[in-house]
Design a binder for this molecule. Structure first.
Ligand code: UDX
Length: 478
């Protein structure tokens, strides 16, 4: 008889895991304390945006393999394996992770279990948690019911969650018993048939693998962003630099895209929680570099705000178009989003901020209701003094100056993700700024043309355009 699985916590990670386990052929029960979420999932409606997940959800509600409930007792009777997929957010006013939801859900399912089973933690937790929770499981489970514990960190990326869950690049299992490993080999049999690396280890290593991976990625992004600060000062092109070092296979090109930096529900809080944890362990200086990575990251946001302030001086009455509020493309997640942070700060400085994101407007509006949310890109840029590209949705990567020129009041764009071709924009008479990249001023010939026909005298000062056509006059990126 195939294993019956429950997934406790049906947020981003849990809903994805539940639907993907059903796709692999298991009977799955998703459990959450949030009734609204459970009702929505039961109707086949995903409460967030994630490519391909809605289809999978509906498919397996129809096959009957996937159900949702608010009852932990039902889960305790049903499941052979219980995945814990609740959040570990940053504690208010602190760097450490809030373990309330993990602790309470592990205790609750251990109490509710009416048959032998395995609890499998997927949430990202401070090292040492699994060993502590193992004790809790023993205390809470009923006499005669054997409840095991394993830790199986999740590495899925938003936007690729289904793909990453069905075809993970590695599986990591921390446990203290060969029985737990055997059960998880059965759960992940499909991936194991494809020879996916399976790393069976102890609790501590499994917990640390997750935070080490995220810390490394965060550092990689901040590393290239630190070089952006250098190229902005001495001249140079950060994209070319990243391409060149990325050819070295030991370094690799991925996660070297300079720009407004990292955000989201994982990288920022995970590096902070890791620092807090090692500090608790008396290793204060060990992870100090993560503090630097965090600060470099946040300075990129300041840089964009300052750039706009320095260019315009007073922002009162200025119209700013912000393209993107999600922390990255193909997601409607705005948690710790650099784009939304920059938009809100410019609004606080007095600007009129018109925002457009293909998917994240509604979530952004819940956090910052006073920004002006637009239904289309053109609505957002119409009459703007500057366009800020802050999340690299495909719709924005493909932008051309010709699509926007007739709509804006002042031709200026800031490419906060380094995805546009500067020459295309400067040649079309735009002031183009990017983080860490050499930019040309608008070409003189075009400016004279634009001066007559489009921009209006006051928009094209000799300082902006009074130089020979095509000459590179500014090597400072921003
Ligand atoms: C991350 C990890 O990648 C994933 O393995 C883990 O399970 C959860 O955390 P995610 O938060 O979905 O996943 O986003 P990711 O794709 O890692 O991007 C994080 C942030 O870094 C985004 O804001 C993105 O825009 C930014 N980023 C990424 C850069 O600024 N430059 C890059 O080169 C890559």
């Amino acid at each position: 008889m195939p294993l019956r699985l429950t997934v406790i916590g049906t947020g981003y990670l849990g809903a994805t895991h539940a639907a993907c386990m059903a796709e692999l052929g298991f009977e799955v029960l998703g459990v959450d304390v949030d009734k609204e979420k459970i009702d929505s999932l039961s109707r086949g409606e995903l409460p967030f945006h994630e490519p391909h997940l809605q289809e999978l959800l509906q498919k397996h509600i129809a096959t009957g393999r996937l159900r949702f409930s608010t009852s932990i007792d039902e889960a305790g009777e049903f499941g052979d394996v219980h995945f814990i997929a609740v959040g570990t957010p940053q504690r208010a006013g602190e760097h450490a992770a809030d373990m309330t939801y993990v602790d309470s859900s592990v205790a609750a399912i251990a109490r509710a279990a009416t048959k032998d089973c395995l609890i499998v933690g997927k949430s990202t937790v401070p090292v040492g948690s699994a060993r502590r929770l193992q004790q809790l499981v023993q205390e809470e489970s009923s006499l005669g019911v054997n409840v095991g514990l394993a830790w199986n960190p999740e590495f899925l990326r938003e936007g690729f969650a289904v793909e990453d869950t069905l075809r993970p690049d590695r599986l990591v299992i921390g446990s203290e018993s060969s029985a737990a490993e055997k059960i998880l080999r059965e759960v992940y049999a499909d991936a194991l048939r494809r020879e996916t690396p399976f790393i069976a280890t102890d609790f501590e290593t499994a917990e640390l693998v997750k935070v080490a991976a995220n810390a490394f990625l965060a550092m990689k992004i901040s590393f290239i962003n630190a070089f952006s600060e250098v190229t902005e000062t001495v001249g140079g092109d950060i994209r070319t630099l990243a391409d060149a070092i990325g050819h070295d296979k030991r370094i690799g090109r991925r996660f070297l895209n300079a720009g407004v930096g990292f955000g989201g529900g994982c990288l920022p809080k995970d590096i902070r929680a890791l620092q807090a944890r090692v500090s608790e362990l008396g290793l204060d200086s060990t992870m100090r570099f993560l503090n630097e990575a965090d600060e470099i990251n946040l300075r990129r946001r300041d840089r964009v705000v300052r750039l706009v302030q320095e260019h315009f001086g007073e922002l009162e009455g200025k119209s700013i178009a912000v393209l993107g509020t999600a922390f990255k493309p193909n997601s409607d997640d705005v948690r710790d989003s650099p784009a939304l942070d920059i938009a809100a700060r410019l609004f606080s400085s007095g600007a009129d901020v018109n925002v457009y994101d293909p998917k994240a407007n509604a979530n952004a509006a819940k956090r910052f209701p006073r920004l002006n949310y637009c239904d289309t890109l053109i609505d957002a840029v119409s009459g703007s003094d500057v366009v800020l590209l802050l999340t690299e949705w495909e719709e924005f990567r493909d932008l051309t100056p010709f699509a926007l020129s007739g709509h804006v009041r002042h031709r200026m764009i800031v490419d906060g993700r380094n995805v546009l071709n500067p020459n295309d924009w400067t040649e079309a008479g735009w002031i183009f700024r990017a983080l860490g990249r050499r930019t040309k001023r608008p070409t003189a010939s075009f400016c004279r043309e634009a001066d007559r026909h489009v921009l209006g005298q006051e928009e094209v000062t000799p300082d902006d355009c009074g130089h020979p056509t095509g000459a590179v006059v500014a090597t400072v990126g921003v």
